[in-house]
Write a protein that binds this ligand. Structure first.
Ligand SMILES: [Ca+2]
Length: 169
């Protein structure tokens, strides 16, 4: 046990994190598969939102913006257990860019902590943007929720092609 612990700490390097098994969210094949992962959302069109987490940048989640009284929409990944997430990569599709997207996280689906804002790429930045969390130290959460606040251009729809979370078990 001691040897294994020492090995992990050695691998952690200067960060000294106790858990250093690299982790990345799996490709979802439905709302709840593979278990224990689960995608949920609050949006304003009927769309298979789990495709924002299917590791395919040609598929996406779509929603309307600007619905009276409910202007924002969100999509979240429940990892089934807490993960330390150190970075996320957020990919859009050209004509339906969201704007002002921020990420929050929770360990219990009750208390939420703001993680990062502006996680979407600006048009000049291309279609994907990677955001490093807490200078690479990451944050620990089970639920990771992406809030889409605004649109670009004249579209009333926004879409997210793919979100990938990386970090440690
Ligand atoms: Ca996708």
């Amino acid at each position: 046990m001691l040897a294994a612990t020492s090995l992990r700490l050695a691998a952690a390097g200067q960060g000294g994190h106790a858990f250093v098994i690299p982790w990345e969210n799996p490709a979802m094949t439905n709302w709840t598969a593979p278990a224990p992962y689960r995608v949920s959302l609050k949006n304003w069109v009927d769309y298979p939102g789990w495709k924002a987490f299917d590791k395919n940048t040609s598929t996406y989640v779509l929603s309307r913006q600007g619905v009276p009284g409910n202007p924002n929409w969100w999509i979240q990944l429940d990892c089934g257990a807490p993960k330390r997430v150190t970075e996320i990569t957020f990919t859009v599709i050209p004509d339906y860019r969201p704007r002002g997207v921020y990420l929050s996280t929770s360990v219990d689906d009750v208390t939420w902590t703001h993680v990062a804002g502006g996680v979407e790429p600006e048009p000049a930045e291309g279609l994907s943007k990677t955001t490093v969390i807490a200078d690479g130290a990451g944050m620990i959460g089970r639920y990771w929720k992406f809030h889409c606040q605004k649109t670009y251009a004249n579209h009333r729809f926004t879409a997210i092609a793919e979100i990938v979370l990386r970090g440690f078990e």
